[in-house]
Design a protein around this ligand. Structure first.
Ligand SMILES: NC(=O)C1=CN([C@@H]2O[C@H](COP(=O)(O)OP(=O)(O)OC[C@H]3O[C@@H](n4cnc5c(N)ncnc54)[C@H](OP(=O)(O)O)[C@@H]3O)[C@@H](O)[C@H]2O)C=CC1
Ligand SMILES: CC(=O)C(=O)O
Ligand SMILES: [Mg+2]
Length: 560
């Protein structure tokens, strides 16, 4: 395999490509290009005479954005800006993160995926490898215009948010995740690559849709599937270097666990749904200690959902508890319970349980429903990761408030339409006792008695950008569960008392670049300490991390 430089280039070089410059969205700045540079760049006459400072251009775009009637129209408008000028796009995302994240990410990205084929405009944004490309993936990689890719997000489209199998329409997810890598952690936009593996789809609506852009065949379940994934990994590492980060995203759980197992020790990879989600959830629970007075080990946890997110979180919780109490992780699992589509995961079901649930099959009485399990186990925290909206209904929330002074209620399923309950429901039904968080954002809630609550967004978006930046800073070749634990701890330390006072377990999105930088320092430090860094440790890690962060507001014409 060839080796490649892994450090990122922060600024563009000056280019003189004329019209090609105007057609390269990573470099093009439109009316924000200083007038005196336009001749050199060959774009004189291609833009109106006025120079518009980037801040003003952002303001103009925000006004247009706000005038759009639907979230999907807003999404398409922002994509159209990204197609023309990534600098402007990222300036919008950085300056207005809290307002635009629900558009480029969950919940709107869900609608964007559902409409992906219908709204496709032919933009060059990511690569598609289908079963028909088997044997040629390495060669096809050469078609990608950037030779220096550090960060890939790959999906096979089988479990897109809680929306199920969307096939190639799931491509909106890698695109959205990588937009956050850049906006939230400053990974250079020229160095990211969204990838869709097209292995067919079992979504009948896609098959019947004349506009559907993927292979119209049943999802491949045989050896050809594994062969395509293997070829993709090997080709990506050959093309971009063995330390290229490859994030698994929204695979179905038939494949997600085994692929992670197969690749975690052979590539720089992690599964965001299993590991990133675990980290953000544990981070929120660590932060909640200051509100409840309870350590992780003092809780009883009950999950609704025992798939990637559910068991991923449960395992990292157990790991965190084992560290907190210096006990074996097997013992730490004892107060963590899972409910799946068939009821409570118990020992009596051992023979029919999927592998990822086995560690949490406890010797307790069977329960067919979440309510039965709540009455039997009296959990202090319930975590919804089932994509079953309404699961945390009035009775569930009332029971939690009856059994706890400060019940933790996390409705983490995405998009909003799949949330187990809304913020307003959680606060109203518990009479303001709930400590609530959700996977997709909810507006602040004011109860009839005037108490105001700001719920936090328990979404892996707080984690993966910082992980990616940290491993880049150390040029590390592996990502581990301990990294996820460290990220959770750092995240929890970023929450202020003021934020906790209104019930929020996460820092505001306006601080996310700072949060990512802190997570990155912890990840890079761990890489150096555990021998997976391939660069010498710099004297000041925070300075180094920040120096790598792409900032759209910096002058892009500074020579290297
Ligand atoms: N906030 C965040 O950052 C993240 C949120 N998520 C969200 O979590 C949800 C689940 O994702 P993921 O874990 O990957 O999906 P999986 O398909 O891996 O798991 C879904 C789980 O839900 C269970 N389930 C289905 N119906 C019910 C029910 N009525 N009651 C209880 N459990 C039920 C399934 O049971 P069975 O095993 O029996 O089939 C399965 O265990 C999605 O909506 C996703 O968007 C995911 C990742 C990150
Ligand atoms: C947030 C995320 O990764 C999911 O819902 O799948
Ligand atoms: Mg996901």
């Amino acid at each position: 395999m060839t080796s490649h430089p892994a450090t990122t280039t922060r600024r563009y070089s000056r280019l003189t490509f004329g019209v090609y410059h105007a057609k390269d969205p990573v470099k093009y700045n439109g009316v924000s290009t200083p007038v005196e540079r336009r001749t050199d760049l060959g774009i004189q006459g291609l833009v109106p005479a006025a120079f518009v400072p980037l801040e003003l251009d952002v303001q103009r775009c925000m006004e247009q954005l706000r005038s759009k009637a639907t979230p999907l129209e807003k999404y398409i408008y922002l994509q159209s800006i990204q197609d023309v000028s990534e600098r402007l796009y990222y300036a919008i995302l950085v300056a207005h993160t809290a307002e635009v994240m629900p558009i480029v990410y969950t919940p709107t990205v869900g609608a964007a995926c559902e409409n992906f084929s219908k709204t496709y405009r032919g933009t060059l944004r990511g690569m598609y490898f289908s079963l028909k490309d088997a044997g040629n993936i390495r060669k096809i990689f050469d078609n990608w215009p950037s030779q220096h890719v550090t960060t890939i997000v790959v999906t096979d489209g089988e479990r897109i948010l809680g929306l199920g199998d969307l096939g190639v329409n799931g491509m909106g997810i890698p695109i959205g995740k990588l937009a956050l890598y850049t906006a939230c952690a400053g990974i250079h936009p020229a160095h990211v690559l969204p990838v869709q593996l097209d292995v067919g789809t079992n979504n009948e609506k896609n098959i019947q849709d004349p506009y559907y852009l993927g292979l119209k065949q049943p999802r491949e379940r045989g050896p050809a599937y594994d062969a395509l994934v293997t070829e993709f990994f090997e080709a990506a590492m050959d093309k971009f270097g063995e330390d290229v980060l490859i994030q698994f995203e929204d695979f179905g759980n038939l494949n997600a666990f085994r692929l992670l197992d197969a690749w975690k020790d052979k590539a720089c990879t992690f599964n965001d749904d299993i590991q990133g989600t675990a980290s953000v959830a544990v981070g929120g629970l660590l932060a909640s200690e200051k509100l409840t007075g309870k350590k992780l080990s003092e809780h009883t946890f009950l999950f609704s959902g025992a798939g990637e997110a559910g068991t991923g979180i449960a395992e990292l919780m157990a790991y965190a508890i084992s560290i907190e109490l210096s006990i074996p992780v097997e013992d730490a699992r004892k107060k963590i319970y899972l409910v799946d589509s068939k009821g409570l995961v118990t020992k009596s079901r051992l023979e029919s349980l999927q592998h990822h649930k086995l560690n949490f099959a406890h010797d307790v009485a069977d329960c067919k429903s979440l309510k039965c399990a709540i009455d039997a186990l009296r959990p202090s925290a319930i975590i919804g990761v089932s994509a079953m909206p309404g699961t945390f209904d009035k009775e569930v929330c009332e029971k939690m408030a009856q059994y706890n002074e400060h019940p933790i209620i996390a409705a983490l399923s995405n998009p909003t339409s799949k949330a187990e309950c809304t913020a307003e429901q959680a606060y109203t039904w518990t009479n303001g006792k709930a400590i609530f968080s959700s996977g997709s954002p909810f507006a602040p809630v004011t109860l009839a008695d005037g108490r105001r609550f700001v719920s936090g967004q328990g979404n892996n978006a707080y984690i993966f950008p910082g992980i990616g930046l940290g491993r880049l800073a150390a040029c590390s070749t592996r990502i581990t569960n301990h990294d996820m634990y460290l990220a959770a701890k750092v995240l929890s330390e970023q929450v202020t008392q003021q934020e906790l006072d209104v019930g929020c377990l996460y820092p505001p999105l306006s601080k996310i670049r700072e949060v990512s930088a802190h997570i990155a320092v912890a990840i890079a430090k761990n890489a150096h300490e555990t021998g997976v860094a391939t660069e010498a440790m710099p004297e000041n890690l925070m300075e180094h991390v920040k120096s790598l962060m792409y900032d759209p507001f910096e002058d892009p014409y500074v020579e290297q």
